[in-house]
Ligand binder design. Sequence first.
Ligand code: ADP
Ligand code: MG
Length: 450
Amino acid sequence: MMKILVLDDQIGMRKSLSILLRKEGFYTEEAENGEQAIAYLEKDSYDLVITDMKMSPGTGLDVLYYVKERHPQTDVIIMTGYGTVDSAVLAMKIGAFDYISKPFKNEEILHRVRKSMNHLETVRDLSSLYKSAASEDSKIPLLGNSADIKGIVSMIQKISRTDIPVLITGETGTGKSLIAKTIHILSSRADKPFISINCASIPDNLLESELFGHEKGAFTGALLERKGLFEAAEGGSILLDEIGSMPFSMQAKLLDVLQERAIRRIGSNKSKAINVRVIATTNTDLVNAINSGLFRSDLYYRIKVSHIHVPPLRDHAEDIPFLARHFLESVGKELSKTDLQFSPDALDFLLHYNFPGNVRELANAISGAAAVSSGNCVSAQDLALALTSTLFEVPSESGNGAQPNSLEEWEKELIVESIKKNDANLTKVCSELKIGRTTLWRKMKKYNIR
Ligand SMILES: Nc1ncnc2c1ncn2[C@@H]1O[C@H](COP(=O)(O)OP(=O)(O)O)[C@@H](O)[C@H]1O
Ligand SMILES: [Mg+2]
């Protein structure tokens, strides 16, 4: 029987919903605020939590954060009052299963509860399917509870049992290198070398020698013979990072190596058998590169025997709170700042930011913010400053100091006015100026507005 926790500060609402659900054969328990619900959730597990938003102490969002972090398998349905569309959107981003606006008809809520029941059944089927692999989970450093990350983890487990080439695609900072390393560590090659080379950072004329080595005197400057990285990786795995940047002529040679399982050093006429697993990553669209004649399609199909695509962080934003807490905890250990915590606006800020630099940017922002935070609380402002100082290209001020930049002055004035008018309520400022919170923080920093 499905076990449901019903959460509302209005007793009438709570009771009637609970009675409705029991009539339909569900088991229910009730709580009147977030704090009480969290206490229940600590002792017991539920299949579904149906919660109101505005309660005290402990709001619906507090409960949602807690559930998604501690009981990711539990669904949460949010009930929102009149005029709180924004918080419903936020809740869905954090990972709410669904939301419903009050007042609602019985059938509307029952429909959502049944949908959640089906969802849970599917999740359970899948998880028993993967149960055999579950014990390996602890070795996988790729964190996240979203369906995207779980899917990737299960692919890593399958792929690491094989020897086939792997192509990992995704934006920079999404965890491609981490995934490559994990595949190696879980594979039977784990005790052999893992060697990685960034194809974009090596001059074209050196790449061949770097990968395959050369004989003494093979070219001007080749004073001694040299082993290439493929030979150095013997028995293990080689990571060809940013393979999209590999020169066209090298691509043919790499294809040969993959087909023949042998390399030839520059200046040698003998080929040498090698046993190396190839993992490649790219943050560029290889299909595009093929169409514009920059990448060989035969090599593409050769390395893409198995393929993992890692989505950008903004597309699995429900993992942000969990990852953020994980990074905060580890930076806390480094800085010996015990009990570091996020202020409530900090998580809100992180969920509204779009992270062009993905998980790497999130981790960096948190280290930066933790270093400058006062006491044990990391605020939205600390995070915004950390992002601004390390990653944002704040447009440079106009070169001519004597001439004020009228457009910027005007913008600054507009922001200051709006802050005054709205009693420093930044949410109101954002909606009045029709800009996102991140943009607002950035501009406040740029214009030194406190
Ligand atoms: N899902 C994740 N869980 C934990 N750490 C992650 C995750 N994704 C990325 N990271 C961390 O973020 C940083 C960037 O990841 P990396 O693998 O170098 O990205 P890419 O190779 O795609 O540019 C690394 O420190 C990595 O450990
Ligand atoms: Mg990388």
